[in-house]
Design a protein around this ligand. Structure first.
Ligand SMILES: C[S@@+](CC[C@H](N)C(=O)[O-])C[C@H]1O[C@@H](n2cnc3c(N)ncnc32)[C@H](O)[C@@H]1O
Length: 203
């Protein structure tokens, strides 16, 4: 994957030009660090966009690993496929088009790392649906959990975002209070939660 950095730079330029949201540069460092430290063999990404974080994960996970990534926008999937091909990604990446909430229950196998970065109001639903597919010691990373700081200061948020904010709070409440997870919330980028699964016995 010698071209990874070059392709990442092209993707950043494309995302900026076409207003595609991708992980922040600070978030990128955290995602890379967690993937490199945990070496997942099996990754589920929820929210592919143009494959920027997919490429970061592929470059930092176990060499014999595989990625399943979910995206509702077929146009973005087509772009992501082109970028991953240009980067020469050898990790098998399965891109599935459609609504993540409908797809997750149908997925087979287990996941060592789950990256949640799709509809912010659905994070807890995604997590509930993937719980029985987490491998022991899996890690779940969720991006944008502080949503422009409004999750910590709801009164400052425009009314139209209140439902999303309540749902992000519910996600954070769950991963910080449920004994099956040990979670740190990082105030970087738009806020990232890193939750280490402790297994079902801790419930
Ligand atoms: C923030 S972007 C993902 C960025 C990507 N993870 C990265 O950092 O390069 C969120 C993506 O989730 C997709 N999305 C939103 N709701 C979705 C859903 N219900 N099912 C699948 N994809 C969804 C959007 O189309 C968008 O491309």
């Amino acid at each position: 994957m010698g071209d990874t950095d070059q392709v990442l730079a092209l993707m950043q330029a494309y995302a900026a030009r076409n207003h595609v949201p991708i992980i922040s540069q600070d978030g990128r460092l955290l995602l890379q660090a967690v993937a490199a430290a945990t070496q997942p063999a099996s990754v589920l990404e929820i929210g592919t966009a143009i494959g920027y974080s997919t490429l970061l994960l592929a470059a930092n996970m176990a060499p014999n690993g595989r990625i399943i990534t979910l995206e509702k926008d077929e146009g973005r999937i087509a772009v992501a496929k082109q970028f991953l091909a240009a980067a020469g990604v050898s990790t098998p990446v399965t891109m599935i088009a459609g609504d993540a909430g409908e797809i997750i229950p149908r997925l087979a196998g287990t996941f060592d790392l789950v990256f949640i970065d799709a509809a912010k109001g659905q994070y807890l639903d995604y997590l509930y649906k993937v719980m029985d597919k987490l491998s022991p010691e899996a890690v779940v990373i969720a991006d944008n959990v502080l949503f422009r700081g409004w999750v910590l200061d709801e009164q400052a948020a425009p009314r139209r975002f209140r439902t999303i904010i309540k749902r992000l709070k519910a996600y954070l409440d769950f991963v910080t209070n449920d004994l099956r997870f040990k979670t740190t919330i990082q105030p970087i980028g738009d806020g990232m939660a890193v939750s280490y699964y402790q297994g079902e016995t801790k419930q």
